[in-house]
Write a protein that binds this ligand. Sequence first.
Ligand code: ADP
Ligand code: ZN
Length: 582
Amino acid sequence: MVEPIIKQSLKEKLKEIFGFDAFRGEQEVIIHNIVSGKNTFVIMPTGAGKSLCYQLPAMVLDGTAIVISPLIALMKNQVDQMTAFGINAQFLNSTLNKAEMTKVKNDVLSGECRLLYIAPESLTKEDNLSFLQKANLSFVAVDEAHCISEWGHDFRPEYRRIRGIIDDINPNLPVIALTATATPKVQQDIKKNLNMDEAMIFKSSFNRKNLYYEIRPKIDSKKQLIRYILNNKGKSGIVYCLSRKKVEEIANLLSVNGVKALHYHAGLDADTRMRNQDAFLNEEADVIVATIAFGMGIDKPDVRFVIHYDAPKSLEGYYQETGRAGRDGLEGNCLMFYSFDDILKLEKFNKDKTVTERDNAKALLMEMVAYSNLGICRRRQLLSYFGEYAEKDCGFCDNCLKPTKKFKIEDEAVLALKAIQQVGERFDIQHIADVLTANTANAYIRSYEHDKLEVYGKGKGMFVETDEEEDDDEEEEELDVATDDDSDDDDDDAPVATKSPSHPPKKAEKPKKTDNKRTPNDYWVSILRQMMALGYIEKDIENAYGVVRLSEKGKGFIQDSYPITIAEDHNYENTESSDDDD
Ligand code: ADP
Ligand code: ZN
């Protein structure tokens, strides 16, 4: 409970310092929690106002608050903002010279500096540590806390040293951890690693209701892209590409087609980056074509579309990047062009990583592949991935509005759940599918004696191949790109293929592009994944990555089953991407 007096003064401070009239969402309770000296864990989407949750406490409490932040650009951004509010905030990082460093430290020791932003690398430096031990500190904020987890999308090993350093400074300092993306597994890692099991968690919904999620097969992607953007002419949008080379090429292509487009990637000099970013923010350019280097900390409310020209590496990345659309709550279209070639390219990027890093990266990538291929409501999938359960289909994504073929299952669903039970709820979905289809290529089946289970091979006969030709209403895509049609009704292009499904590759085999035959194994993987999005199956975060178990709903279903609706997968792979020349 928030005591009335503190409550009053927090609100007054909010107005006095930041000029805001009211707290947003749970900000007030969160702030109260940290002001009361309790460890606090905040999981809220970007733009929800997380920063205020440590900025205001820093102004209310005695001493300096330490803010650990992974990027110099983010720190600078925030320090500029705070300075504009008349707050003494500074950063300590490698960009400072000796004199500047001394000035910052003096300001902290004198108590003038209220917020000290620091990179984890700087935090671990010996002389910084002894300086921090002398300072009067109020609390520590760990921003972008998902960097702690190797299952997060931006794992930073130095983040794992933060707890030890806080203990060296003062083990009693309250800690507030903040992140915009954390799957249940990542949340657990953060709590464990920061040793804040008892921390209050404040998690707001990941549902961005105004965002329309859509995936189109990457067939003739340049023309598809130009057409889409010309149909949305004058609107503000971001196009994400995988490589710097592609970014430049696509930006150029758009310019040639009369789109006011600029490019942005980490290979550009700081001036150009700043200039292009500002031009986009000030509406001198409509579209910015960028690598994922673009967007962190950028707060443009009226971005109308975010296009993934190439598939992202993880659903975390996808969620973050698409999240930059429609911040103002109005229209926000999230379009991704998907081809399995892109997934193979992304896999190649991992080849220099350690085995563990590679396996982790691949697991995250395969979640992305599954998301793309499944015909079930995109929002339900996304929410389930971030540990939220949605009761119903959203009615506002491509899979809801342009559904693939639906079918009902009941016995299959029971069988799938039983298989999970019979392997002791200690294996991943791929393994369950292998057991159900008696896949002898999976050596674990025999070593764990799963070939002796009642469910072993029971799924083979239940697999019904759906009619290949039915539902084939694919239209020829209109390739005319020189249109000045302003309407945003672009439903006429790039239909979603609804033929037989394809699937993520199994570890042992390489996917063949020409092979569109749906195997019984694919069928079961799809069913299991869909049942996860529907809340019958959940990931066991205490276990190895991907291990699944039954939810309460799943347990109930085995007792008392009923027909559930399943969607056929997409098949994006029977198309060649004709212009992919790198
Ligand atoms: P996040 O860190 O969650 O991505 P920010 O902290 O950057 O979000 O906040 C997004 C924007 O919302 C900022 O411009 C911030 O000043 C503004 N903001 C935060 N809290 C409030 C509030 N209570 N009232 C009005 N604006 C707010
Ligand atoms: Zn939906």
